[in-house]
Design a binder for this molecule. Structure first.
Ligand code: AP5
Ligand code: MG
Ligand code: ZN
Length: 223
């Protein structure tokens, strides 16, 4: 099962990718999470990523392509992967196709989460996650069952992303409109683009994605 979740900041890519990972045992490859790990490590890449992410801009294509090519060759990707946040430009989409061809595989489906931009600003500025296990929460839509205690791991510390403020979110949306949305026709032409209603509630979006995976034949082969 090789799939891409595509959509603007806050569309629910990460939320849905984590659920698919649980259900199908195929890893979520989130380039944003990888970059945040680099920022935390203080590496040179991390320092560059911090500047770019705080500005709501995109990292250079060659760096991102290399990061994904290394990642998909790891053993946990043997049954496939769920790409979240990659590709983000036409150059990345083309590089992905050629690397998959080289590795003797291909994409099963590209799933676009269709959403309303204003609602997204609300989603993102209310978002937080468990500092220990990364489980995602939201001030309005999804708080832990016991206030202040993570449902998944019992952790009591939570954090917010540095780029989740309104000004940076607006820049991230502009980057999506100008650089990422143009790759939709590329996948439409390839006949592998599917759309789901990202404004529906989280469970309903999961149902729609499962339906797409069945119809696209992405669940064949046991994954
Ligand atoms: P990245 O981390 O990928 O951020 P993003 O694309 O801006 O997307 P988000 O993670 O903000 O949103 P999401 O779609 O995952 O939504 P979520 O599920 O959390 O990238 C960050 C930065 O890294 C980029 O700006 C760029 O600088 C750099 N970068 C990354 N990849 C790159 C690449 N390939 N090339 C170059 N640069 C790159 O949901 C949001 C909130 O809404 C949550 O609180 C959730 O609980 C809630 N929610 C989700 N679904 C629903 C629903 N259906 N109803 C109600 N609430 C919902
Ligand atoms: Mg995300
Ligand atoms: Zn936790």
């Amino acid at each position: 099962m090789n799939i891409i979740l595509l959509g603007p900041p806050g569309a629910g890519k990460g939320t849905q990718a984590k659920r698919l990972e649980q259900t199908y045992g195929v890893p979520q490859l989130a380039t944003g999470d990888m970059l945040r790990a680099a920022v935390k490590s203080g590496s040179e890449l991390g320092q560059q990523a911090k500047r770019v992410m705080d500005a709501g801009e995109l990292m250079p294509d060659d760096l991102m392509v290399q990061m994904i090519e290394e990642r998909i060759q790891q053993p946990d990707c043997a049954k496939g992967f769920i790409l979240d946040g990659f590709p983000r430009t036409t150059a990345q989409a083309e590089a992905l196709d050629s690397m998959l061809t080289r590795h003797g595989t291909k994409l099963d489906a590209v799933i676009e989460l269709k959403v309303d931009e204003e609602a997204l600003v609300r989603r993102i500025t209310g978002r937080y996650s468990c500092a220990k296990c990364g489980a995602g929460y939201h001030d309005e839509f999804h708080n832990p069952q016991t206030p202040g205690v993570c449902d998944a791991c019992g952790g009591t510390e939570f954090r917010r992303r540095d780029d989740d403020n309104e000004a940076t979110v607006r820049s991230r949306m502009e980057a999506y409109r100008e650089q990422t949305a143009p790759i939709l026709p590329y996948y439409e032409t390839a006949g592998i683009l599917w759309r789901v209603d990202g404004m529906a509630d989280i469970d309903e979006v999961t149902r729609q994605i499962d339906d797409v995976l069945r119809r696209a034949g992405a669940l064949d082969g046991g994954a």
